[in-house]
Design a protein around this ligand. Structure first.
Ligand code: GLA
Length: 401
């Protein structure tokens, strides 16, 4: 089932490109996207919420910037629209329709633009009567509950390859029932659509979302992230203990990245990116890339850290130490090496020593210790000894020599 989905998604993207321009088709041939590794891409929510700047100019500009900055080629292949893309009411046939102020050329034209440049295109809805963002009379935009078939058909018709399905206004209908109804409707369209659940961990989606009747490829494990260190830290702690539930085709989602939004220091953003990667989390950029500063871009472009997130073994890192605010997380990788993140959550610097044994390595052997932020190599016995600044993370890839 999982292998079939990923093959289908890959095929779908390749076929979407048959109609693309010659140059676009050239680019699109490079698309290799599936749920075998965590999804990577862009979603507008963290930077725009529902403000007017969320519109087709922004999304096109972001697509262009993903290409010109090298982010697309570093693996960021999804472009997803969040809440507020829709009009607040359905059309006379009960179909969803775009907000034409934001998207004067419609959603299909935007999906085409995105596909032609080698990206997958994503939309958002809620497994409730309305979405989350209050609109008129405190109601959100139209939601999918009771409209699953019609809405799934709409998503497929405009070329959506991805659906983020939220949890607001759910009328207390049991979660699995609601998410299964949309999962079935998406599959019934015949178009492969990546299914990303967003029930905030309220119903422990990790226990049931992989049931083929639901068919989710990822599920949110926590409430919403905000652009500050306390929020990032809280979410990390909630997600890191769920490692047993993640694997190829089914990922824990601790919410989208805040890197670049300005509310954390670069040290904290590097920790955020390191921790999400060692937890094999989806890497969905949540900043307006048209305005990103070079330091933040450099974080998002760190291919050695991305490679940890995207490692084909598909294991979420396991925390082996949580003492005095020091967290040590170890992630086995396909080539037999191990990624290690050592994070100091405290507000003061700390001296940290981690033995090879704690990392599951033999102390006697000789190891190559690759520092994934300094991009430098050292030889060692597998142990780590250093002084960690407040809120900082070091990351190594340790391989036998
Ligand atoms: C919820 C989700 C967020 C975002 C908003 C949109 O809060 O958890 O990620 O999609 O809704 O309204």
């Amino acid at each position: 089932m999982k292998a079939t989905l990923s093959t289908m998604v890959r095929m779908a993207l390749l076929s979407a490109c048959v109609f693309a321009t010659a140059a676009g088709a050239e680019e699109a041939k490079k698309v290799e996207f599936n749920a075998d590794t965590p999804q990577m891409g862009f979603n507008n929510w963290n930077s725009t919420h529902c403000r007017d700047e969320f519109n087709e100019d922004m999304i096109r500009g972001v697509a262009d910037k993903l290409i010109s900055s090298g982010l697309r080629d570093a693996g960021y292949r999804h472009i997803n629209l969040d809440d507020c893309w829709a009009d607040w009411k359905r059309d006379k046939n009960g179909n969803l329709q775009p907000n034409l102020k934001r998207f004067p050329h419609g959603i299909k034209a935007l999906a085409d633009y995105v596909h032609e440049r080698g990206f997958a295109f994503g939309l958002y809805s809620s497994a409730g009567t309305n979405t989350c963002e209050p609109h008129q009379a405190n109601r959100g935009f139209p939601g999918g509950l009771g409209h699953e078939k019609q809405d799934a058909a709409y998503f497929a018709s405009v070329g959506a390859d991805y659906l983020k399905y939220d949890n607001c206004n759910n009328q207390k209908v049991p979660a699995k029932e609601r998410y299964k109804a949309m999962g079935e409707a998406l599959r019934a369209t015949g178009k492969p659509i990546f299914y990303s659940l967003c029930e905030w961990g309220e119903n422990k989606a990790w226990l049931w979302a992989t049931d083929p009747a639901v068919g989710a490829s990822s599920w949110r494990t926590t409430g919403d992230i905000s652009d500050n260190y306390a929020s990032m830290l809280k979410i990390f702690k909630e997600n890191v203990v769920l490692d047993a539930y993640a694997g190829p085709g089914h990922w824990n989602d601790p919410d989208m990245l805040e890197v670049g939004n300005g509310g954390m220091t670069d040290v904290e953003y590097r920790s955020h990116f390191s921790l999400w990667s060692i937890m094999a989390a989806p890497l969905l950029i949540g900043t307006d890339l048209r305005k990103i500063k070079p330091d933040a871009l450099e974080i998002l472009l760190n291919k050695e850290v991305i490679a940890v997130d995207q490692d084909p073994l598909g294991v979420q890192g396991k925390r082996v130490r949580d003492t005095n605010g020091v967290h040590v997380i170890v992630k086995p990788l396909k080539d037999g090496s191990r990624a290690v993140a050592v994070f100091n959550e405290a507000d003061a610097a700390q001296d940290v020593a981690v033995s090879a044994k704690e990392l599951g390595l033999q102390a006697s052997a000789k190891y190559r210790m690759r520092d994934l932020w300094k991009h430098s190599d050292a030889q060692g016995d597998g142990s780590i000894k250093l002084r960690l600044e407040p809120h900082a993370t070091v990351m190594y890839r340790i391989s036998a020599q």
